[in-house]
Design a protein around this ligand. Structure first.
Ligand SMILES: Cc1ncc(COP(=O)(O)O)c(C=O)c1O
Length: 418
């Protein structure tokens, strides 16, 4: 790699009007190719006057505003010395204890003190892993498709991404074995076992066992992202990878979907050596997750509000997920496929022969927004998928939005045949 120092002569050649300087030649080579896909999704997700199926955003109706208002007032009144102060990089001890108890009730395993840290949401946990584990050129295996934020988090640290196929049971573990047998040993594998973003799929129990066996044998760290797992509205809870193999799994969690994303709170639970290094990485990035958010999460959990909250959410998102499933069935052509959601926020729709980037533009003209599938593929090029989020649209909006997408598909296909 060329050293990044520029000579005075070089900078002189590029002399410009200082008031209108173009900064692009000053960007780090490492980040210059980053394309801001997530920024575009977030911008789209907040666009007014559209039926919005973009963004993995919780419905604002589900924010526990009254409870949080009361808890926050109590913290400002009685707890300012902690809630308004810096904290240790690993997180406030009592908050970690509350999250450890919470994980114990969900996972049947309580992380020890050195196995758990608090992060500033789920994406922070992903980037801390990338920062602590990856040297340039290291291989990271991911499900294909997968969460865009994780792919950009890993490639931001110059990782080489290898995409592994999925089927109805989730990740095809045999493909990981084949990759390893071909001489490529990933340093880590990132998976979303429940209601995967974007496919909505769940990793079956037998695949979970198989994945652990392969990773244990070859020393591959599993990063298990459980962002949506509490939002289950059909089927059984399956044991988490971390509860099955705390020796080789780091669980990355977030309160963004269950509590509210504005609080930016999450956790990482994993082998002590890994957690210690993530804490060092946190010191060198934002130093600590915000104390106010930590104390709010702690008070929310200790106040016994979490179970009520997720049970309200499950009912709420089940209704919307089923409405989207029904609308897709009602309006879309017979050759279109999708996953009927059993939890989470997403339907992943395959539309044969349609470039969904083009479809998204056309749908946008008809005041409907969704995310085209191509950026969710780390390696393969697939452009006929779309991710539709049902979390923020009402049942009526879902029906109308899907009908408009169906019309857009029809007119695209008609263009092709004329
Ligand atoms: C699978 C997955 N992991 C992590 C995140 C990020 O969580 P947070 O908003 O807490 O950073 C998201 C957000 O959409 C997600 O879909």
């Amino acid at each position: 790699m060329r050293p990044s120092t520029r000579t005075v002569a070089e900078s002189g050649r590029n002399r410009q009007d200082p008031a209108h300087r173009d900064w692009s030649d000053r960007l780090a080579r490492r980040t210059a190719g980053e394309d801001g896909s997530i920024t575009a999704i977030l911008a789209l997700a907040n666009a007014p006057d559209v039926l919005n199926f973009s963004g993995g955003f919780p419905a604002p109706e589900m924010f526990p505003t009254e409870i949080v208002g009361d808890l926050a007032a109590g913290l400002f009144r009685d707890d300012a010395a902690i809630a308004m102060q810096y904290t240790a990089s690993q997180g406030i001890e009592s908050t970690r204890a509350a999250i450890a108890d919470h994980l114990s009730s969900i996972d049947g395993r309580r992380p020890a003190d050195d196995e758990l840290m608090i992060t500033s949401g789920g994406i922070d946990a992903v980037t801390l892993i990338a920062r602590s584990m990856l040297d340039p050129g290291d291989v990271v295996a991911v499900e294909e498709p997968t969460y865009l934020g994780a792919v950009t988090g890993f490639t931001g640290w110059n990782a080489v991404m290898r995409g592994l196929p999925m089927d109805e049971e989730g990740l095809v573990v045999a493909a990981l074995e084949e990759l390893i047998e071909s001489g490529v040993l990933p340093k880590l594998i990132y998976v979303i076992p429940e209601y995967q973003n974007p496919s909505g799929r769940v990793l079956s129990e037998s695949r979970r066992r198989a994945l652990i066996e392969v990773c244990r044998q070859h020393g591959v760290l599993i990063a298990e992202d459980v962002a949506y797992r509490e939002l289950r509205f059909a089927g059984e809870r399956l044991p988490s990878l971390w509860s099955m193999a705390p020796d080789c799994v780091v669980q990355l969690g977030t309160f963004s979907k269950t509590f509210f994303p504005g609080v930016r709170m999450g956790w990482a639970a994993g082998p002590p050596q890994v957690i210690a290094q993530l804490s060092v990485a946190k010191q060198n990035s934002d130093q600590c997750a915000g104390a106010l958010g930590q104390r709010l999460v702690e008070a929310f959990l200790r106040g016994g509000h979490f179970d009520d909250q997720v049970s309200r959410q499950r009912d709420f998102y089940r209704t919307r997920g089923m409405a989207m499933d029904a609308a897709l069935r009602r309006h879309l052509p017979d050759d279109v496929t999708w996953t009927t959601p059993t939890g989470g926020f997403f339907c992943w729709v395959g539309i044969p022969g349609v470039d969904t980037e083009v479809l998204a533009q056309l749908a946008r003209e008809n005041q409907v927004a969704f995310v085209p599938g191509a950026p969710f593929f780390a390696e393969r090029v697939e452009n006929h998928f779309a991710r539709l989020s049902f979390s923020r649209a009402t049942e009526a909006e879902i029906d109308e939005g899907i009908a408009r997408i169906a019309k857009s598909i029809q007119s695209l296909r008609a263009r092709r045949t004329t």
